[in-house]
Design a binder for this molecule. Structure first.
Ligand code: NAD
Length: 361
């Protein structure tokens, strides 16, 4: 825990920083948000005014040069995550970088290597680990109640939720990928976190782009939506099989848009028990079930879930700020090394889809 004053600079004045990061920092007594930058400086000025942020920049490098910062919070299009993270780390700042970590494995590795070398903390915006179900299930997994997990299903499917049509979200050069990269990363991370982040060895994937090119099934949140026609050269559905060196297999699926019920599901099958997070099936009050045998009887366990007054993203940010000086931060804080594993899997799925065969990662 730290009571030290933490001076924060925010990069990007869009949806995730204005509605997520900044309100989360503002509620922490030892944190002051000192500066914000956005290439759209009018947007940065408006956010600065809303939250009382004293320094506004159009240029990220200028912000780093001119303001003394302890922590930089990055919420820009994916393409800028790696260069901005590395520059902020080199300047001696801790960094919270939004997901997905980077466009390539090499970039992700460089981010992790820089954080190690300069001795600063780097975490990623992977806050599904703070969902009540995950908060309860993680210690159950760690206690070995499920035994070795040999099969998992991770699914995050939206019926209609393409974000920012025509913006960076649907532009491969800026985003690196579509539904898989944007939301698949969340459910993949949550599942791997519960499995104890096994080492991936290969993936076989397939991606589809059905509704985006037709400007159909657009979501209403996030970046600006263009009237169209506009660029859409990413996936709106992806599915993959991931194999791990411990013999485990994971089936991943993610969609921004498809003809079907929106749902999120994580299913873990272990040798001693199983578990399932499945709000669409079990209801949002008790979305978690644990499956065990009790003697000769099969039992379903529905653990009580904690009620949090603060949203998961804000709890994630609070946890990060509280453990900046901690040599062994809590496992709920995604590490750069875990980010590298995610990037290997996600970019591997795109490579596999292109090659039409399984690839090593
Ligand atoms: N963790 C989550 O749940 C979550 C939720 C939403 C978005 N995100 C991530 O946050 C990032 C931004 O998403 P968003 O929805 O806020 O997008 P957005 O379009 O609303 O905001 C992005 C902002 O970045 C600015 N920008 C672009 N290039 C820049 C640069 N080089 N330097 C400074 N500013 C720049 C844009 O002008 C824009 O204001 C993406 O990586 C996205 O995946 C994460």
């Amino acid at each position: 825990m730290t009571d030290k004053k933490v001076r924060v600079g925010v990069v990007g004045a869009g949806f995730v920083t204005a509605r997520g990061h900044i309100p989360a920092y503002k509620r922490l007594p030892n944190v002051s948000v000192e500066a914000i930058c956005d290439i759209n400086v009018e947007r940065a000025k408006a956010v600065a005014e809303e939250f009382g942020i004293p320094h506004v920049f159009a240029d990220f490098e200028e912000m780093l040069e001119q303001v003394d910062l302890d922590l930089v919070s990055i919420g820009t299009p994916n393409r800028f995550h790696a260069p901005q993270t590395i520059a902020a780390l080199e300047k001696g700042c801790h960094v919270l970088c939004e997901k997905p970590m980077a466009l390539t494995v090499e970039e992700a590795q460089a981010m992790a290597e820089t954080a190690r070398r300069v001795g600063r903390k780097l975490t990623l915006g992977l806050h599904h680990r703070y969902r009540p179900e995950a908060v309860v299930l993680k210690p159950i997994c760690e206690a070995g109640e499920l035994g070795e997990i040999y099969y998992a299903r991770a699914s995050l499917m939206r019926r209609a939720g393409i974000p920012g049509y025509g913006s960076h979200f649907t532009n491969k050069e800026l985003a690196g990928g579509g539904a898989l990269y944007d939301i698949g990363v969340h459910i993949l991370d949550l599942t791997l976190y519960l499995m104890g982040y096994p080492e991936p060895i290969s993936v076989s994937g397939k991606t589809f782009s059905i509704f985006g090119p037709q400007r159909k099934k657009l979501g209403r949140w996030g970046a600006d939506i263009h009237p169209g026609p506009a660029r859409f050269d990413v996936d709106d559905l992806a599915t993959a099989i991931v194999k791990f060196d411990n013999g485990a297999v994971l089936h991943l699926e993610a969609a921004w848009a498809f003809h079907g019920r929106s749902e999120q599901r994580v299913q873990l099958a272990g040798q001693e028990g199983g578990a399932e997070i499945y709000p669409a099936m079990f209801g949002s009050d008790q979305p978690l079930r644990v499956y065990k045998d009790w003697g000769d009887s099969a039992v379903d366990i529905t653990p009580e879930l904690p009620q949090f007054s603060v949203r998961q993203q804000a709890r994630h940010i609070e946890n990060f700020v509280n453990h900046l000086d901690d040599p062994e931060p809590p496992s709920a804080l995604a590490t750069p090394e875990e980010g590298v594993i995610l990037t290997r899997i996600l970019t591997g799925i795109y490579r596999s889809a292109e090659a039409g065969e399984e690839v090593t990662v």
